[in-house]
Design a protein. Structure first.
Length: 358
């Protein structure tokens, strides 16, 4: 059954023609004879005119009476329309349904995810987005670098916003790249890179030789304690413990006694001695900072380093030779068997800004 709004108030739209239309009705004249029909059709007949005027008056009254009783919604039945009112409840249901349709999200698949990246720097587009007169788009950073000249058509760019793409970016949400490592965050596409740089679920590789396990730092420490427990020296935060370092040792694994964090003591042989420092397995976004002290003693001499452990997700990504926080231990500190006793203390601190760490 089709419904038609007559008044235009129910659906919020008015008629296309501002002049109100008068309902069409069929007028039939019933007479007793053919002569009467001829009189009605004769414009000069006064009697016919009177009869027609009377009948028209009655029909107008009937039409007004019917118009008052008839309802504003039509239902098509053969050649006639029957009208009935639209209830407010139905209108409310339609409004709710429309709201639900607007609020309902849909899943789509991008066959080419790069379509939402800046074609100049190849980074995900972020608001504001600008376009030239030919429709080429670029992020604001590239517009500044290119001095507001489109690299494709050399037209000015950086003055007209591309609102359509901005609305698309605001509505597109993607799962974190680290979802398989435990991250459940869903972020706007334009903030995807920023989130992944700070995601605490960033994958870390197991530092043990021959192990290819990859997981979040939390899962990695559990894995190391379960699979390689005998390979690490266990310690307690805030207490000194001893490590016997050999000249040929490149790494020594240190793990908190409860298996919470995993650290690596690095040792690189240089011409003047061994460069020693400590790093922590975990993403750089961790708000926990680990300060440490390293003491090396030999024949009444003492070398001491106070620094903090830098986070790393991969053992091979650490370059101790370029690190500013390291201790150079001269070769003379090692005994005749090529061993050196180090005293180490690691402390756990929570900070909000790594730049303030001293």
């Amino acid at each position: 059954m089709a419904k038609f709004s007559v008044s235009g108030e129910d659906d919020g739209e008015g008629p296309s023609n501002p002049t109100p239309k008068r309902r069409r009705i069929a007028i039939s004249y019933f007479t007793d004879g053919e002569d009467d029909r001829e009189d009605i059709g004769n414009p000069s007949g006064t009697e016919g005119e009177g009869d027609v005027s009377a009948q028209e008056s009655q029909l107008v009254q009937r039409e007004e009476h019917v118009a008052d009783d008839q309802d504003p919604v039509a239902e098509n039945s053969d050649d006639f329309f029957w009208f009935r009112p639209i209830s407010n409840n139905n209108s409310g249901e339609n409004d709710v349904s429309a709201t639900e349709n607007r609020d309902r999200s849909i899943s789509v698949m991008l066959t080419d995810p790069d379509v939402l990246d800046c074609c100049i720097c190849y980074e995900p587009l972020s608001i504001p987005i600008f376009q030239c007169e030919n429709g080429h788009i670029a992020c604001s950073f590239c517009c500044i670098k290119l001095m507001n000249k489109c690299p494709m058509c050399f037209m000015p760019i950086g003055y007209n916003r591309c609102r359509a793409i901005e609305k698309v970016l605001e509505s597109v949400k993607v799962s974190c790249l680290n979802a398989k490592y435990g991250c459940k965050e869903t972020v706007c596409y334009s903030k995807k890179n920023d989130h992944e740089k700070e995601c605490i679920h960033a994958p870390c590789t197991c530092p043990h030789s021959g192990c290819d396990f990859v997981a979040s730092s939390k899962e990695l420490t559990r894995h190391f304690k379960r699979k390689h427990e005998g390979s690490a020296i266990h310690f307690t935060y805030g207490h000194f413990f001893s490590v016997f370092l050999k000249v040929a040792d490149k790494v020594v694994f240190l793990q908190e006694q409860n298996g919470a964090e995993l650290f690596i003591l690095h040792s690189n042989v240089e011409s003047l001695g061994n460069i020693v420092n400590i790093s922590c397995i975990g993403p750089s976004s961790l708000k926990t900072v680990y300060h440490y002290d390293i003491l090396a003693r030999s024949q009444g001499c003492c070398l001491k380093l106070k620094s903090f452990a830098k986070n790393t997700q991969d053992l091979n990504a650490i370059d101790t030779t370029t690190s500013t926080g390291f201790l150079l231990i001269p070769c003379g500190f090692f005994n005749s068997s090529g061993r050196l006793k180090l005293e180490i203390c690691i402390r756990c601190n929570v900070v909000t800004d790594l730049a303030n760490v001293q």
